[in-house]
Design a protein around this ligand. Structure first.
Ligand SMILES: Nc1ncnc2c1ncn2[C@@H]1O[C@H](COP(=O)(O)OP(=O)(O)O)[C@@H](O)[C@H]1O
Ligand SMILES: CC(=O)OP(=O)(O)O
Ligand SMILES: [Mg+2]
Length: 393
């Protein structure tokens, strides 16, 4: 049994790590470097003795953050490393052992996830240098969505763009959608039926899952399609790009910056990308914050209604991710905008804390409602372990 697995999740503005033992309930060493590049960047985590620590790292970039994390982990002796890699394109549809050839192929996908893949690849390079003898595995966000049928993954574009250039919908956040759907199968009386999962973090996506498989999802070719996110726009009219280029003379780089970094909750509110901050400001009658939350919730509800078409039967809805787990008012607003689903929220359960294992928040009758804590790390460690154990001589 490979134990423990080090999981590295090198994100757009954060770096998460966890040392995951094979035993699911055993304590984990884990941590997070947040606000990378900012003056208030800091590492918060637990050390090898289980004590929590915080360390200010003003201005730290991914490389510096990873170097500090790896120093902190000295003595922890992982047996393998699992990396979150956001995009696997059409080629990588399952966890894959990393070597120079795989890294070259991933390098060619960079522009499909410009916020994420460069950070993922930098994290892999630094970790390989630090642990030259350890097996390293890529676990792809896109892999869980390999089961999408063509009606869900094809755009209404000429076929040659799909065949020659891989222009199709891929979907993301697959490790967490897979984790949540497995938890639901265990926790819910209805087991492996039809579920809608709303993953609401900095990046947001919704997924329709039928019998444990992804059948449609809100993100597409890149992690920009679909829901309103922290700084990403989600769906806009595809005509917007040429309009901005013609009318304002904007370059592609400027349009990318708009859609990835200046939009979403931040763009709508003019205040912050952070839901906690927006909830406070809305309570103090900040008009932009109020509008941002209203648009955010409406778009989640609209996406769930659309995705329900992919399911023969709706057994329930699960919320996950920082916003999905903690923002009770967002959950209540989303469910209130889906009266035709017939789900009934238990207001007290929704407002209460659901704890680390998640909990049920419906009042009986109709589809079940759940909050399930996100755990990309557990899924990445499990897939890394499975690949290495089954491929070892
Ligand atoms: N108690 C809370 N109430 C409302 N929103 C919260 C709360 N805690 C975290 N969030 C929100 O969750 C989002 C971050 O989600 P998270 O899943 O941690 O991000 P990431 O995608 O970077 O992993 C932020 O918008 C943050 O404000
Ligand atoms: C794919 C994606 O949006 O990831 P994240 O939520 O980590 O930004
Ligand atoms: Mg996330």
């Amino acid at each position: 049994m490979l134990d423990p697995i080090l999981v590295i999740n090198c994100g757009s503005s954060s770096l998460k790590y966890a040392l995951v033992p094979a035993e699911p309930d055993a304590p984990r060493l884990s941590g997070l470097v947040e606000r990378l590049g900012g003056v208030d960047a800091r590492l918060v985590g637990t050390d090898t003795r289980g004590a929590t620590f915080a360390e200010a790292m003003p201005g730290a970039d991914h490389r510096q953050a990873l170097a500090t994390v790896l120093t902190r982990l000295e003595g922890a002796a992982p047996l393998a490393v699992g990396h979150r890699v956001v995009h696997g394109g059409e080629r990588f549809v399952a966890a894959t052992r990393l070597d120079d050839g795989v890294l070259r192929a991933l390098d060619a996908l960079r522009e499909l996830a410009p916020l994420h893949l460069p950070a993922n690849l930098a994290g892999i390079a630094a970790t390989r240098r630090h642990y030259p003898g350890l097996p390293q595995v890529a676990v792809f966000d896109t892999a869980f969505h390999r089961t999408l049928p063509p009606r869900a993954y094809r755009y209404a574009l000429p076929e040659s763009l799909y065949r020659r250039h891989g222009i199709r919908r891929y979907g993301f956040h697959g490790s967490n959608h897979a984790h949540v759907s497995r938890r639901l199968a265990t926790l819910s009386g209805t087991g492996n039926g039809g579920w809608l999962i709303a993953h609401l973090g900095n990046g947001c996506s919704a997924c329709a899952v039928w019998q444990g498989e992804s059948v449609d999802t809100s993100m597409g070719l890149t992690p920009l399609e679909g829901l309103v996110m922290g700084t990403r726009s989600g769906d806009v009219d595809p005509g917007l790009h040429s309009h901005l280029a013609r009318r304002l003379g904007w370059s592609l780089a400027r349009i990318d910056r708009l859609l990835y970094h200046e939009s979403g909750l931040l763009g709508l509110s003019g205040l912050s990308h952070d839901m906690r901050r927006l909830e406070q400001a809305a309570a103090e009658h900040h008009e932009g914050a109020r509008l941002a939350i209203e648009v955010f919730c409406y778009r989640v509800a609209k996406a769930l209604a659309a995705l329900s078409c992919a399911l023969p039967r709706l057994d329930g809805i699960a919320f996950t991710g920082g916003i999905g787990e903690h923002a009770a008012a967002v959950r209540a607003s989303v469910i209130a905008q889906l009266p035709h689903f017939g789900a009934r929220l238990d207001a007290a359960a929704n407002a209460g804390t659901v704890g680390g294992r998640g909990g049920r928040i419906d009042a009986g009758r109709g589809p079940e409602l759940w909050v399930i804590p996100a755990d990309e790390e557990a899924q990445i460690a499990a897939e890394t372990r499975r690949l290495l154990e089954t491929s070892q001589p």
